[in-house]
Design a protein around this ligand. Structure first.
Ligand SMILES: CC(C)(COP(=O)(O)OP(=O)(O)OC[C@H]1O[C@@H](n2cnc3c(N)ncnc32)[C@H](O)[C@@H]1OP(=O)(O)O)[C@@H](O)C(=O)NCCC(=O)NCCS
Length: 197
């Protein structure tokens, strides 16, 4: 199922009745500390050892695709970022994650809201496909499947049934194979190169 199919068929059925008043906006630099605290609390500090972290370190989120959910009091209750990668060879894609929602705000549609907003922004921005490592029972509702990643590898160990993909454009992951690697955004690449010189 493509993301377009997902929008047409599945979205009305999964849209929750929002019991938690929240808004989703692009993250600002001032959110960084609260985001890291939220991620440590939701996933523990061992999150930094995950294979998908190897594709984020030294990289930057794709422009416009670092999202923050705020409660009515303005506090950060959810975070989701997408990162530029190559899905084997020079096939551009995004890596989604980490996604986390504050414990007090779970099961009220914040995670789903972040997912839908991120996928919509990615599709509107011309991105073609999204990869992630996560729980298939949660991400399947957004159109993610293991079938798209069968011939892709990550730079470290991963449980194959947690390595999922979603096509924003039909066929975007057809025949995808090889190593997924970070697509470092050029300005950061220049900074890194200058610092290393
Ligand atoms: C996963 C997470 C982001 C979901 O956020 P959320 O705001 O609670 O999500 P939503 O309200 O949109 O959806 C909640 C539904 O998803 C289900 N769900 C949550 N996590 C799930 C999982 N890992 N697998 C399957 N279903 C899951 C809930 O049971 C709930 O189902 P219900 O609507 O039938 O009650 C949140 O639970 C979280 O931050 N968990 C800790 C960090 C984490 O595991 N991140 C994802 C990495 S795989």
């Amino acid at each position: 199922m493509t993301f377009q199919h997902f929008q047409q068929i599945a979205e009305p059925a999964i849209r929750p009745a929002y019991a938690w008043d929240f808004e989703i906006r692009e993250e600002t630099p001032a959110d960084a500390l609260a985001r890291e605290v939220l991620l440590d609390s939701a996933m523990g500090p061992e999150r930094r050892l995950k294979t998908s972290e190897r594709l984020r370190e030294g990289n930057r989120p794709a422009p416009g695709l670092a999202l923050a959910a705020r409660g009515s009091g303005g506090d950060l209750i959810g975070t989701l970022r997408l990162w530029p990668v190559f899905a084997g060879g020079d096939r551009s894609a995004l890596l989604l994650g980490p996604l986390a929602v504050a414990e007090k705000a779970r099961s009220m549609g914040v995670g789903g809201g972040l997912m839908r907003e991120a996928l919509k922004r990615a599709a509107d921005g011309g991105h073609r496909a999204v990869l992630l490592v996560g729980d298939a029972p949660y991400y399947a509702r957004f159109g993610f499947k293991q079938a798209y990643t069968r011939r892709l590898t990550l730079p470290g160990p991963v449980a194959r049934d947690r390595f999922l993909g979603c096509e924003l454009i039909p066929g975007a992951l057809a025949g995808a194979h090889g190593l997924v690697r970070a697509a470092i955004i050029p300005s950061l690449y220049c900074e890194t190169t200058r610092l290393a010189a």
